[in-house]
Design a binder for this molecule. Structure first.
Ligand SMILES: [Zn+2]
Length: 160
């Protein structure tokens, strides 16, 4: 699995911090809200993917950890061996403006999405079910990095 350089941190795992926070919204609808970090990550992302994320969060809690990725950051990930794409000879979907890819992690209290356990994996699959359902509903063709082998990339979704 890709190491995004986001270390597991207690604000993600145990205490819901406002940075990642989503709250159950008032009203009849079951639903969650994006926290500040997620909104920021979605700020430079293709509107189709934004709509997709907004649909999914009505049904399951998750955070958007990355949208648009600068060439500097892409190079950094490449140099660290965390991406096969250097951003120069080959452009990744995160490198477009707006971004054609998002990285998302499930939010489940007591589960660390970065620890590589089976439990964490199951949460990515649960989240993916909602992404698939929502992309059908919106008529979007989206590719999930969880279906890839090199690298296996559970957080990654991109416009196909
Ligand atoms: Zn990605």
């Amino acid at each position: 699995m890709v190491d995004y350089g986001y270390t597991s941190n207690t604000s993600v795992n145990s205490n819901r911090s406002t940075a990642y926070g989503s709250e159950i919204t008032k009203g009849d609808r079951m639903g969650y809200k994006f926290g500040r970090r997620s909104k920021q990550a979605l700020s430079n992302v293709d509107q189709q993917l934004v709509k997709l994320c907004e649909e999914v969060i009505q049904h399951i809690d998750f955070s958007v950890i990355e949208g648009h990725r600068s060439l500097e950051r892409q190079k950094e990930l490449f140099d660290e061996g965390n991406s096969n794409i250097d951003g120069v000879t080959e452009k990744g979907n995160h490198n477009y403006t707006p971004s054609r890819a998002v990285d998302v992690v499930p939010y489940k209290r007591g589960t660390n999405p970065f620890d590589g356990t089976e439990r964490a994996e199951l949460e990515y699959y649960r989240l993916n079910r909602e992404f698939q359902r929502a992309s059908r509903k919106l008529g979007l063709a989206v590719t999930w990095g969880g279906t890839w082998n090199d690298p296996l990339d559970y957080p990654h979704y991109e416009l196909a």
